[in-house]
Design a protein around this ligand. Structure first.
Ligand code: C2E
Ligand code: CA
Ligand code: CA
Ligand code: CA
Length: 274
């Protein structure tokens, strides 16, 4: 492999596997996707476990690829991150989601996923401020979901960004909790408002491979650190009852609703603004 003038790798011989080739093609396609309006946000409700009312909607990105149809973020976010296009996509996501959320009942907050790459972007805080002003969304209705991998390096810089975001009045959730390596350290040092226990543990409830022990431990941690505890990926009544007995605050998953298009949100009573 040799670095060509455009900063991309060109491969000679049979070096480029089919998979790498595919990523290159998708990378090119991604550059056009925003202008050609191929992105759409779906929204998945997060419910208060006691009242079973919607308290939050998580924005989840979908890509309508002209040739391949609907593509899930798992298949393109890493490509967008590698190429830096995620910064442009992330700004679009935030703006589109805030424009949508101002139409909802104002008891419902909006959760937006932040890529580690966005988190390290020096324009992030300013962009969040401007987007809130431009859309009129109250800062306390916006929460950012960040995974541990976003925080791995350079914890002073990360702390600075987190505090700057908190200063604006938005909330911060630690996403996919339990899948990383240093969760406990992060809980102590960073100003989180919420932890979301990862779907992999929830889907193994009631007891598979110690999932129950982890789900219990996260509930205890949440209470000790005074954080809202959320469980994602709830698919069965049995899982819900486990989470209820552990005292979780919020639940999200196919048991309640899959992510839906914004024009489907009116079917959720609690979401429509009366
Ligand atoms: P995540 O933030 O952990 O989001 C939860 C994922 O689990 C979503 O997949 C959701 O559709 C899925 N899910 C929710 N409930 C259930 C359930 O009961 N069962 C099962 N099997 N799955 C459930 P999705 O939408 O494919 O998103 C995958 C990941 O892509 C997200 O994981 C998030 O890390 C990332 N992502 C999505 N949208 C964005 C975005 O706008 N920006 C960034 N940076 N990342 C995003
Ligand atoms: Ca998330
Ligand atoms: Ca998650
Ligand atoms: Ca996840």
């Amino acid at each position: 492999a040799k670095l060509s003038g455009g900063g991309t790798y060109s491969f000679f011989g049979n070096q480029m596997t089919e998979k790498e080739n595919d990523r290159q093609i998708l990378k090119q396609d991604l550059r056009k996707a925003i202008d050609q309006q191929q992105f759409e946000l779906y929204y998945q409700p997060i419910l208060d476990l006691i009242t079973e009312k919607v308290v939050c909607l998580e924005a989840l990105l979908r890509w309508h690829h002209p040739k391949r149809g609907l593509i899930s973020p798992g298949d393109f976010i890493s490509i967008a991150e590698e190429s830096g296009i995620i910064l442009i996509i992330g700004e679009w996501v935030l703006l589109a989601a805030c424009l949508e959320a101002v139409k909802w009942n104002d008891t419902i907050s909006l959760a937006v996923n932040l890529s580690p790459v966005q988190f390290r972007d020096s324009n992030l805080v300013q962009n969040v401020k401007e987007t809130l002003i431009r859309t009129g969304l109250a800062p306390n209705r916006l929460e950012f979901e960040i995974t541990e991998s976003a925080l791995l390096l350079d914890s002073d810089a990360n702390l600075f960004v987190l505090h700057a975001l908190k200063e604006i009045g938005v909330r911060i959730s630690m996403d996919d909790f339990g899948t990383g390596y240093s969760s406990l350290t992060y809980l102590r040092s960073f100003p989180f408002d919420k932890i979301k226990v990862d779907r992999s543990f929830v889907s193994d409830l009631p007891d598979g491979n110690g999932a129950d022990a982890i789900v219990h431990a996260v509930a205890v941690l949440g209470r000790s650190f005074n954080l809202t505890t959320t469980a994602e990926g709830v698919e069965t009544r049995e899982q819900l009852e486990c989470l209820r007995s552990e005292g979780y605050d919020q639940v999200q998953g196919y048991l309640f609703s899959k992510p839906v298009q914004s024009n489907q949100l009116h079917t959720m009573d609690a979401v429509v603004r009366f």
